[in-house]
Design a binder for this molecule. Structure first.
Ligand code: PEP
Length: 247
């Protein structure tokens, strides 16, 4: 089965009006891409991403989404607000949010559900820490994280995008080998297939120190459907090269 690949830039907490304009112009100017391409930007920059990308086939999204619909949740941003800003995607359960904001599997599942209810596709991140990998717990950890989301979404679970992001590979310059990544992607796809019957159609992205020089080998793996790109999504030339490595 051939799945169209997807490359998503995660800008994290980086950017400025000047830097964003240059970066977006670089990404737009290098079209067309064979893969689908999107950028997940900080909330204050969603409107400018929407303006810069509206007439293109490049999508934009957010890096988080509240589990709540509306109300007294100071600092949170709801899925309906993201939908109003034209967001196609919202990253949920990024390891930085799990670690620094104590997001549990259940909170991540609730966020994914809230996003989907408003037509925003959640990019659900799963991944093990180095200690968990060394303890042989990788499979249990990623299956548990994904299972919470599958359980919460029930028949809608096939609508999500999954990103396997080993925590030890994020921002460290240490990439999972294509074989290590493929092994976990294969497991996740089997889990998705068993739960939804549509696992073969679903996209599973790899994230963790993807760079222009390692992207093609990772994306050539049969169960890797593109990437979630952090640091390398901040330089147009690097991000464009990664997008071109996908198809
Ligand atoms: C990420 O933040 O999702 C990520 C994969 O970061 P990096 O590419 O910098 O490792």
């Amino acid at each position: 089965m051939t799945r169209k690949q997807l490359i998503v830039g995660n800008w994290k907490m980086h950017g400025s009006h000047t830097a964003n304009a240059e970066l977006l112009a670089g990404i737009v100017g290098a079209r067309p891409y064979l893969a689908d391409v999107a950028v997940c930007v900080p909330f204050p920059y969603l409107s400018e991403a929407a303006i810069a990308l509206a007439a293109t086939d490049i999508r934009w999204g957010a890096q988080d989404c509240s589990a709540h619909e509306q109300g007294a949740y100071t600092g949170e941003v709801s899925a309906s607000m993201l939908a109003e800003c034209g967001c196609r995607y919202a990253i949920v359960g990024h390891s930085e949010r799990r670690a620094y904001h104590a997001e549990s599997d259940q909170v991540v599942a609730d966020k994914a559900k809230a996003a989907l209810a408003r037509g925003v596709t959640p990019i659900v991140c799963v991944g093990e820490t180095l200690a968990q990998r060394d303890a042989g717990e990788t499979e249990d950890v990623v299956k548990r994280q994904l299972s919470a989301v599958i359980h919460a979404l029930a028949h809608c679970a096939s609508e999500i995008v999954v990103a396997y992001e080993p925590v030890w590979a994020i921002g460290t310059g240490r990439t999972a080998t294509p074989e290590q990544a493929q092994h976990v992607h294969h497991l996740l796809r089997a889990q998705l297939q068993a739960a939804t019957g549509r696992g073969e159609q679903m996209k599973i992205l790899y994230g963790g120190s993807v760079k222009p020089d390692n992207a093609a080998t990772l994306f050539a793996q049969p169960d890797i459907d593109g990437g979630l790109i952090g640091g390398a999504s901040l330089k147009a030339a690097d991000f464009v090269a990664i997008c071109r490595a996908a198809g």
